[in-house]
Design a protein around this ligand. Structure first.
Ligand SMILES: [Zn+2]
Length: 318
């Protein structure tokens, strides 16, 4: 993910530029999302096992054979979980030259053509010796697979559920039009072109969701209705303390959708380090599996699942 880079480098500038914090948490205005009973059975233990197995594929820097192996693995894993899946391959310019990128897309047809899009990225940041990327980007990818497994039970649902696991989220040098967010920009563009983008009722992005010390900091550039839905779902699940509103915009894969008017939210934990404010696990060789916990994956998984279940219930008119 890009946010820490963005925040550290630009937070002061944004404040000076008048990027004021959002007024206040909409949590107080929210209502409980759905009944207290769990909408689907999501398991943090299973999600962690998905992360562990995925990391065995190895480094997955965009444009490398490792990334292609990872894309193939994820496509096959989605298929094994009962999800229609394909690799969306495309070429795009990057600082190192033109590269081949591969998004992994999954689809669970619904009873209407309206769509809930669940997303993660799977590429690793280039140029970090020994980098495994357990939290960034293994955690969200493993949890997405567990959510796919959970929602495959009982399908078709009132909405189509799509899964997008993006390539090329990480920048090679510095975020810009040709560096970073390649996969999400490409999918938003292709969905706009085929007309399906306007059917997306919610895009829920997961990023760095496995840290043992979990605080999800929802960026300001998220759709207020989805922020309220997230807080309500967290409250119903009894995990509200792990969710906060972050008062600044964050660059991440939801932006390509958010800027096109698609309701979008980024469930991301910025802080990833050995002590508050240190961030020394982020984009370093210390981002390893032992820094993650099944409990954190469980918390985010249950909240994301309840958000989706609430959207399904609304679509079904319940
Ligand atoms: Zn990253």
């Amino acid at each position: 993910m890009s946010c820490k880079w963005t925040i550290r480098a630009l937070a002061a500038a944004w404040v000076l530029a008048g990027c004021a914090p959002a007024p206040e948490s909409p949590a107080a205005a929210g209502t409980p999302a759905g009944a207290a009973q769990a909408p689907v059975e999501v398991s943090g233990e299973r999600a962690l096992e998905e992360v562990r197995a995925f990391l065995e594929v190895g480094p997955r820097d965009a444009g490398t054979p490792g990334a292609e192996r990872a894309a193939t693995y994820l496509r096959d894993r989605l298929r094994a979980l009962g999800v229609e899946a394909e690799i969306q391959e495309f070429r795009d310019r990057a600082p190192s030259g033109e590269l081949t990128f591969r998004n992994v897309l999954g689809r669970m047809p619904g009873r209407t053509d309206r769509i809930v899009l669940l997303a993660s990225h799977y590429d690793t940041k280039v140029g970090i010796p020994g980098f495994v990327g357990a939290n960034d980007s293994g955690s969200s990818t493993g949890l997405l697979l567990e959510l796919a497994r959970a929602f495959a039970v009982g399908a078709p649902h009132a909405l189509e559920i799509r899964f997008a696991i993006f390539d090329g989220e990480e920048s090679q040098v510095e975020y810009g039009p040709n560096d970073g967010f390649h996969g999400s920009r490409h999918l938003a563009r292709t969905m706009a072109a085929d007309g399906s983008l306007s059917n997306v009722v919610a895009m829920i992005l997961l990023d760095m969701v496995g840290d043992r010390d979990l605080t999800i900091t929802i960026p300001r550039n998220s759709t207020p209705e989805l922020v309220a839905l997230a807080f309500a779902a967290a409250r119903t699940e009894g995990v509200r303390k792990h969710f906060q509103l972050y008062p600044y915009n964050v660059g991440d894969d939801h932006v390509a959708f958010f800027e096109r008017g698609v309701p979008a939210i980024d469930l991301i934990d910025f802080e990833f380090g050995s002590a508050p404010g240190k961030n020394d696990y982020w984009h370093t060789a210390a981002d390893t599996l032992d820094k993650l916990s099944a409990e954190s994956l469980d918390v985010v998984g249950r909240v994301a699942a309840r958000m989706v279940a609430e959207l399904l219930a609304r679509a079904a008119g319940k």
